[in-house]
Design a protein around this ligand. Structure first.
Ligand code: HEC
Ligand code: HEC
Length: 337
C-alpha cells in the first residue's frame, strides 16, 4: 500500500503520451493565440477602429482593437507559470516533476505526523497485557472512540452487530474469543466462506434448514426435517454432526442463538441456497499496532472475551527438536484415584 503511491496511475504508456501531448499542444496554442492578438494595429490619424458584426441587443457593438497590454502580459505570465509548474510538479503524463511531489505522499507525511502525535497517547498501553488494558477506564474510552470511528459502520455503535456482521459483545466467536484470537481477527482480517447450493434447490435447502432448527431444539417442521437430515451430510464436515461448528476453524455453530445472518427458517434457507462469505477487512496496515492493540482490548472487554489458553509448558527448542521416545506428559500418567 505504501509503495502503491509511487506506481504511476496509467495502465499503459499510451495515456502518458496522450495527456502530455494534449497539454503541450494546449500551451503552444495559447502562445500562438497570444502572438496573433499582439499585433498592434496603428490607427492612422482620423481613422476609426473597425466595427465588428453582428450587433447584439439592438445596439451593442464591438470594436476591432488589439488586446490591452495589461491583459496580454497577464496571459503571457500565466503561460510561463504553466510551463514552470509543469516542470516542477506532476502534470505532463507520468512525468513526476522535479520536486517529486504527490498528493499521496503529502497525505502519507501528514498521516505519519498525526500518528506520531497520537502514538504518544497510545504508547503507555502498547506493551501492556490486553486484559489489563481492557480494565483501564482511560483505555476503554479511547477504544470506544476508535471503535465508533473505524468499526461501528459494520458492527454497530455498541458492537452488537447486524445482518451479516457478527455481534462482538456475546461469547459466540467465529474465530475465537481469546485476546490473541481477537487481535488476529482485527489485525489480519478474516474471511469465512460457505459455498452455496450444497443442499440442492430451494426446497432441499428448506428441508435442511428445518433439520438445522431441529438440531438446535427450535420450532420446526418435523416432516421437512426428516427429509433434510440426510442432506445434512453435506454440512457436517464443517458444522459438525451436532451443528456446533468448529470455532477454531471459523465454522460457526448453527444450533445456538447467535446468528450472523439470521435464525429464521427463511434466513437459514437463504444462507444455504446462496452460501455466505463475510469479509472482515484487515486493520493493521491502516491503523497500526497501537490502535489495534487498544481496539482488541476494548472488544475483549465488551463482555464476550475469553481467557487466553493456558500457556504451553515451556520447552526449549533444542530439546523439542530431539526425538523423544516417550513423552512424559501429565496425561500419560494414568490417574490412580
Ligand atoms: C466492512 C465491514 C467491517 C468493518 C469496517 C469491520 N468489520 Fe469486523 N467483521 C466484519 C465481518 C463481515 C466479520 C465476520 C467475518 C466472516 O463472517 O467471515 C467481522 C469479524 C470481526 C471479528 C471476529 C468476530 C468473531 O466472531 O470471531 C472481530 C473481533 C472484528 N470483526 C472486529 C472489528 C473491529 C475492531 C473493527 C474496527 C477496527 C472491525 N471489525 C471493522 C465486518 C467488518
Ligand atoms: C466448507 C465448509 C462449509 C460447509 C460444507 C457448510 N458450511 Fe455453513 N458456513 C460455513 C462458514 C465458514 C460459515 C460462516 C460464513 C460467514 O461468516 O460469512 C457458514 C455459515 C452458515 C450459516 C449462517 C450462520 C449464521 O450465523 O447466520 C448457516 C445457517 C449454515 N452455514 C448452514 C449450513 C448448512 C445447512 C450446510 C449444508 C447444506 C452448510 N452450512 C455447509 C462453512 C460451511
Amino acid at each position: 500500500m505504501i509503495e502503491g503511491f509511487a506506481v504511476p496511475d496509467f495502465v499503459s504508456d499510451f495515456w502518458h503520451y496522450y495527456i502530455a501531448i494534449i497539454t503541450a499542444v494546449g500551451i503552444l496554442f495559447s502562445l500562438w493565440l497570444l502572438k496573433s492578438q499582439s499585433v498592434v494595429k496603428k490607427l492612422a490619424p482620423g481613422e476609426e477602429a473597425e466595427l465588428m458584426h453582428p450587433v447584439w441587443d439592438g445596439d451593442l457593438q464591438e470594436l476591432n482593437n488589439p488586446l490591452p497590454n495589461w491583459w496580454r502580459w497577464m496571459f503571457f505570465l500565466l503561460t510561463v507559470f504553466a510551463i514552470v509548474y509543469l516542470v516542477i510538479f506532476p502534470g505532463m503524463g507520468k512525468y513526476p516533476g522535479t520536486l517529486g511531489w504527490s498528493s499521496g505522499k503529502e497525505w502519507q507525511d501528514e498521516k505519519a505526523r498525526v500518528d506520531a502525535e497520537f502514538d504518544k497517547v497510545f504508547q503507555p498501553f502498547a506493551g501492556m497485557d490486553m486484559m489489563a488494558v481492557a480494565a483501564d477506564p482511560t483505555a476503554k474510552k479511547m477504544g470506544e472512540h476508535l471503535f465508533l470511528t473505524y468499526c461501528s459502520q459494520c458492527h454497530g455503535s455498541s458492537g452488537q452487530g447486524g445482518s451479516g456482521f457478527p455481534n462482538l459483545t456475546d461469547n459466540q466467536w467465529l474465530f475465537g474469543g481469546t485476546p490473541d484470537d481477537i487481535k488476529n481477527s482485527i489485525a489480519g482480517g478474516r474471511v469465512a466462506e460457505m459455498p452455496g447450493g450444497l443442499a440442492g434447490d430451494e426446497q432441499g435447502a428448506k428441508e435442511v434448514a428445518n433439520y438445522v432448527l431441529s438440531l438446535g431444539g427450535k420450532p420446526h417442521d418435523a416432516t421437512l426435517a426428516s427429509v433434510g437430515k440426510e442432506k445434512y451430510a453435506a454440512c457436517a464436515g464443517c458444522h459438525g454432526e451436532d451443528g456446533k461448528g468448529m470455532a477454531a476453524a471459523g465454522f460457526p455453530s448453527i444450533v445456538d442463538d447467535a446468528w450472523q445472518y439470521g435464525g429464521t427458517e427463511a434466513a437459514i434457507t437463504e444462507s444455504i441456497v446462496k452460501g455466505r462469505k463475510g469479509g472482515m477487512p484487515a486493520q493493521l496496515e491502516l491503523l497500526g499496532e497501537n490502535k489495534v492493540h487498544l481496539l482488541s482490548a476494548y472488544i475483549w472487554g465488551l463482555g464476550g472475551g475469553q481467557q487466553p489458553a493456558p500457556a504451553e509448558p515451556e520447552v526449549a527448542p533444542e530439546v523439542a527438536a530431539e526425538p523423544v521416545a516417550e513423552p512424559a506428559t501429565p496425561e500419560a500418567a494414568p490417574a490412580t484415584m
